[in-house]
Design a protein around this ligand. Sequence first.
Ligand code: ARG
Length: 276
Amino acid sequence: MKKGWKKGLAFLGAAAALMVVLAGCSSGKKDNSVKKIQDKKTIVVGTSADYAPFEFPIVKNGQKQVVGYDMLIAQKIADNLGVKLKIENTEFPSLISELKNNKIDMILAGMVSTNQRKKAVAFSKSYYTVKNVLLVQKKDADKYNTVASVKGQQIGAQQTTTQEQIAKNQLKGSNVVTEGVLTSLTTELSQGKLAGVVVENEIADNYLREFPNKYAVAKVKLTTPKDQRSVNVAVRKSDKALLKRINKVITKLQKDGEMTKLFKQAQDLQAKYGTK
Ligand code: ARG
C-alpha cells in the first residue's frame, strides 16, 4: 500500500515536470522573431513624429532626424538585441497595418493598449500612463468649463486615436474635426480655426511649456477609459520572443530609474533642437 502511494507520487511529479517543460516550449521559445532581427542586423521602429516629447523631428548639425522618449527606448531595445535602429516615420493611422504587413518590427508612438487594438497586435508592459485634456487658446482659458460650453464648436482630434473616441463620445454637440497628423490640428487651433484639440496631458504640458502665451488647458473634465491609459510597445502577435526581450528591457529601465531620465532627456532635446 505504502509503496503504491510513493509510486503514484513519483508519477505525478514526473508528469508535472513534463508539463512545465511543455509550457516552456509553447511560450514562444520556437518563434524566431529575435533571430530574424539579428540576422538582418536592424530593427525597424514605426512612429508618428508629431508627438513631442514622445517623438518629434529636429534639425541637428544641419540634419533632420526623429528623436524623443519613444526613440530613446527603441534605441535601448536595439542595443539589447545588438542591432541598429531604423526609424520609419509615418502617420499614426497607418502604423498597425504597417506592422501587420512586416514594414516595421515594432511600434513606439505613444500608443495605448486599447482592447480593440489588442485584437490586432500584442502589447508590451506599460512604460507610461496618460490622461486626456482639452487644449485651447490661452485667451479661451476660462471659456470651456463644461461640455455644454463646447457645444457647436469645432474640436480637433487625431484620426484613429483614443482622442478621437473621447472627443466624439464625451464632447457631445461639438463638431469633431480629425486629421492624420496632430500638428496640423494644433496649428489650426493657434489660427483660431478650431476651438480646442483633445490631447493627452503630457502633450498639452509640452505645448504650454513651449508656447506659454499661446495655449491653455480648458477646465472641462474628460474621462480617460481604463484601457486607454497605458502606453506600450506594440509588436506582431506572433513575435513572442521579441516581446519577451522588449519587456525585459522595459523592466530594467524602470528598475534603474532610467526610464524617468529618458523622458527628461527627450524634453531637453526638444528645448535644445526643437523647431519652434
Ligand atoms: N495615445 C493615443 C492613442 O494611442 C494617441 C497616440 C498618438 N501618437 C502619435 N505619435 N501621434 O491612440
